[in-house]
Design a protein around this ligand. Structure first.
Ligand code: GLC
Length: 703
């Protein structure tokens, strides 16, 4: 289907079939690049073309020189079509921000957008123009390592962050030198991988696919995302890489997406392993026909498409459409006008002081206070504090997953950062070993244990069958706690861990996720009260691994809690409730909710819902006020709660503010059994709440 872009059409008209197929081919520069392929115009994109992943370590230019060298080779080709350089810049380039799951805990899309702006500025200084981010997969199973990379279990939070991150990465014009082309991934339903085992198949009903898993992606497309990446998952028997329903009918037909889709790694070739394709050529035909425009590293398009076209097995028009979409994004990215990067930018744009400060702020806002008995935190009235645990000297371990361009040397070691944050008169003692910690505990006023999971347990193909702390850590906690001194447990992780026993042993528990470059300084500020933890849980925390999957926006059972106790939905050996619910988090003060008001008891177009929130405690604090609804009766069963909005506010001690939400009728729409989307009449419950299990409840009717 010819487009209105004359330059693309004129280029297309000049291209040979081999040059067209070349544009659909992405190679991983880490494996080395044949210059002749570049000069022949047989490569449309390279990724990992610089930085430590390519084995040449860090360069002062961040990789710009190497990218420029490769670009010059590509521009020797007949039609001089520039390369698009890609990279996984998932939560920062050189300035590493908290992992995306931690960022989601801040419930602050504005902050996520600011961090994306920094990531784009730094990555483009490194010669990169396309990032394989944001990762938007809804995750309901914390055994899955990639829960760390996404925004948690909720579609609204995911959608708000998707829009913010795409806008931060791409700006108003992705052709600006400090802006990237973004890539919403992994489309779609990747988080349904059975058992939380990465790359496994998943099953989803169409209503759940659309109303939960696609919501963040639709938001990214509405925000103008330039590309998407197809997921590894075999969804409902049709791998996403060959899923025309997803990649063409929904993405292009319903949403009007006009950018391009890249496969994930070798997923085109993997259609053979899925048992969908008989061979590589068949796999390439299926993927192209479904809507995958660019083949990441599998080489199946490069090796087979020209032959398939000449054999009449692939319509040339399908190749042309894919080329058009890729050239369109290269144009929008400004590559034809500015294919090179100024290597001098790196010295100015990488690791700027204000970027560090933003990373520190984001780390603080992402940390979630889960327990604070007797207001142990922030630590005060203490003179000697013992700090111990496997994260004691953490540097790169604070980064989390997908941080190839982060440098551990940039990180102040955690013990040093805590020492710098400790107020005068507070002596920090450090114990490297458990027996040292036990020996020193009797002599101190409090103990801070720095525990959790190393990033190697987090991210792609880093799944766990047991959500408990790694071996040895619970034992250390129990032994220290048995000595009777107050214990602060700080947990670094890329997922919700099962901490049922450990939380009982500690007086205070702070969840720091993998907090990034400035995690140490941020932790010090939070522990000693220079700042407060601002986060709320973007995922449900289970009581036991066996309780998974568990998430707040579940459907009601026919025998819900409260029914006949002999027959209700539960385990015989476990309390039927999460350990900590979605949206939960404490502050260094307390908040009270009062005086719920609805602008009417019938919603006609829109309804205002408000409540008074009071800081009823001694210190200023940040509260994330959440709006939930429940559609009590529907033509399909409806979730027991759905987040429809949230507002973060800072309140001084004793301060009261009325928080008002406007609920639009369209926000109550859902996908029905016949595939239509709409709002149905009936009764709705509504809550203004501090988390997904509490709050002030009202009721209204849709006529
Ligand atoms: C990986 C990941 C994907 C990443 C890509 C390139 O397999 O699934 O998220 O962007 O390969 O590194």
């Amino acid at each position: 289907m010819p487009t209105s872009e004359p330059r693309i059409e004129s280029l297309l008209a000049q291209m040979t079939l081999e040059e067209k197929v070349g544009q659909l081919n992405q190679m991983n520069a880490r494996a080395g690049v044949d210059p002749d392929l570049l000069r022949a115009g047989h490569v449309g994109s390279l990724f990992n073309a610089s930085g430590p992943l390519t084995g040449q370590g860090f360069s002062d230019s961040g990789g710009a020189e190497l990218a420029n060298q490769l670009q010059r080779l590509a521009l020797e080709a007949r039609l001089k079509i520039p390369l698009l350089f890609g990279r996984d810049v998932i939560h920062g380039f050189r300035t590493v921000f908290p992992i995306p799951l931690g960022q989601a805990a801040a419930f602050d899309p504005g902050l996520a957008q600011e961090a994306a702006v920094v990531a784009a500025r730094e990555a483009t200084a490194g010669g990169i123009k396309w990032t394989f981010a944001p990762m938007l997969d809804i995750a309901r199973d914390p055994r899955w390592g990639r829960i760390a990379e996404g925004n948690g279990e909720d579609p609204l939070l995911g959608a708000r962050l998707a829009e913010a991150i795409v806008r931060g990465l791409q700006g108003q014009r992705m052709s600006d030198p400090d802006k990237l082309v973004a890539c919403a991934k992994h489309f779609a339903g990747y988080g349904t991988a059975e058992g939380g085992r990465d790359y496994e198949s998943g099953e989803l009903s169409d209503p759940t696919l659309r109303d939960v898993y696609l919501a963040p992606f639709e938001s990214a497309v509405r925000a103008g995302v330039g590309t998407l990446m197809a997921a590894f998952v075999d969804l409902n028997g049709m791998p996403a890489t060959a899923n025309r329903y997803l990649l063409s009918d929904i993405l292009r037909g319903e949403w009007g997406f006009d950018g391009f889709v890249v496969s994930d790694w070798e997923s085109v070739g993997e259609l053979v392993h899925h048992g969908l394709a008989a061979d590589a050529a068949h796999a390439a035909r299926l993927a192209l026909h479904a809507g995958v425009d660019m083949d990441m590293v599998a080489g199946t398009y490069l090796d087979t498409l020209a032959g398939s076209v000449r054999a009449g097995l692939v319509p040339l028009a399908e190749v042309d459409d894919a080329v058009r979409r890729i050239l369109r994004i290269k144009h929008r990215a400004g590559l034809f006008e500015n294919p090179f990067t100024d290597p001098a930018r790196a010295a100015r744009d990488l690791l700027a002081p204000q970027a560090r400060e933003l990373a520190r702020r984001f780390a603080r806002e992402s940390m979630v206070l889960l327990k604070n008995e007797a207001d142990l935190l922030p630590l005060r009235d203490v003179r000697r504090v013992l700090v111990a645990g496997p994260f004691l000297h953490a540097r790169g371990e604070l980064f989390g997953t997908w941080t190839p361009d982060g440098r551990a040397d940039d990180v102040v070691p955690l013990d040093q950062a805590l020492r710098q944050a400790a107020p005068g008169g507070v002596a920090l003692w450090f114990a490297d070993y458990a027996d040292q910690a036990l020996h020193m505990t009797p002599a101190v006023d409090a103990v801070v244990l720095l525990m959790g999971e190393h990033p190697v347990r987090s991210g792609e193909n880093c799944n766990v069958s047991d959500l408990g702390l790694p071996p040895g850590q619970a034992e250390l906690l129990l032994a220290v706690a048995a000595l009777g001194k107050p214990v602060v447990l700080v947990v670094f992780a890329g997922r919700p861990l099962v901490l049922t026993r450990e939380v009982a042993q500690a007086q205070a528990v702070l969840y720091a996720w993998h907090p990034g470059l400035e995690g140490g300084a941020a932790l010090g500020e939070v522990l000693f009260g220079l700042a407060a933890p601002g986060g709320r849980l973007p995922v449900t925390f289970p009581r036991a691994t066996g309780q998974v999957p568990i998430y707040y926006n579940h459907k009601s059972s026919g025998r819900p809690i409260g029914s006949d106790p002999r027959f209700l939905t539960r385990y015989n050996d476990l309390i039927p409730a999460p350990f900590f619910p979605f949206g939960y988090g404490l502050a260094y003060t307390t908040f009270a909710y009062d005086n719920l008001r609805l602008s009417g008891d019938v919603l006609r177009g829109r309804l205002e819902i408000s409540a008074e929130v009071t800081n009823s405690g001694p210190r200023a604090g940040r509260e994330v006020v959440q709006l939930y609804v429940r559609d009590v009766v529907g033509s399909l069963t409806r979730p027991v709660r759905e987040l429809k909005d949230f507002q973060a506010l800072e309140l001084g001690p004793g301060e009261t503010r009325r928080v008002t939400f406007v609920l639009e009728e369209e926000q109550l729409a859902f996908t029905r059994a016949d595939g239509t989307r709409g709002v149905e009449p009936g009764t709705f419950h509504v809550w203004v709440a501090p988390h997904s299990q509490g709050g002030l409840r009202g009721e209204f009717v849709m006529p």
